[in-house]
Design a protein around this ligand. Structure first.
Ligand SMILES: CC[C@H](C(=O)O)C(=O)SCCNC(=O)CCNC(=O)[C@H](O)C(C)(C)COP(=O)(O)OP(=O)(O)OC[C@H]1O[C@@H](n2cnc3c(N)ncnc32)[C@H](O)[C@@H]1OP(=O)(O)O
Ligand SMILES: [Co+2]
Length: 134
């Protein structure tokens, strides 16, 4: 793990939360992106070397919709930047962590992503992110 890539925050209204976080952080978000595969619309703020990722569900079956339905808005996951996601998945599997998708999938912000089940990480949903190679 090289650094915290982003903190994912589940929100019900992306536009309203963009305004709130722009006031909070004193800066505008630098991109919005929908990831249909995940059923999310995202918005990113750069804070030093780390990002805040706001996530709104685009469909009822999305993980974000289910999370908000159960727990309300709030911190949803922590994402770590990794050099080699396949190697990291193999290492973590060997360490006994539960990998939710062994094959990396399309993430936002030009990433390949893998998730670990929160029950194997002290109740914290963990995402691994590798920058897609050009
Ligand atoms: C990829 C685009 C973008 C990016 O950065 O590029 C994203 O970050 S997309 C983010 C949204 N996508 C995901 O979260 C994908 C991975 N998540 C999942 O596969 C599910 O959400 C899963 C497996 C974590 C939970 O799904 P499930 O259907 O099992 O929901 P339950 O409510 O039944 O949860 C079971 C159990 O886990 C606890 N839980 C659920 N979500 C979280 C969470 N975010 N953090 C911590 N714990 C979580 C939930 O409370 C249940 O625990 P229990 O003790 O049984 O109540
Ligand atoms: Co994320």
């Amino acid at each position: 793990m090289r650094k915290i890539e982003h903190l994912g925050i589940a929100v019900s209204d992306l536009e309203a939360s963009n305004n709130l976080f722009e006031k909070l952080l004193g800066k505008a978000h630098y991109k919005e992106e929908t990831v249909e595969g995940e059923g999310v619309s995202t918005s990113f703020f750069m804070i030093g070397e780390t990002k805040i990722e706001l996530l709104e569900a685009t469909r009822d079956t999305s993980a974000i919709a289910k999370f908000i339905g159960k727990k309300g808005e709030g911190i949803h996951h922590i994402a770590f930047d990794v050099e080699d996601i396949e190697a990291e998945v193999a290492r973590l599997k060997g360490e006994g962590f539960e990998i939710l998708n062994e094959t990396p999938k399309e993430g936002a912000d030009n990433k390949l992503v893998v998730f670990l089940h929160p029950k194997s990480t002290n109740g914290v949903l963990v995402e691994l992110c590798q920058e897609k190679k050009a």
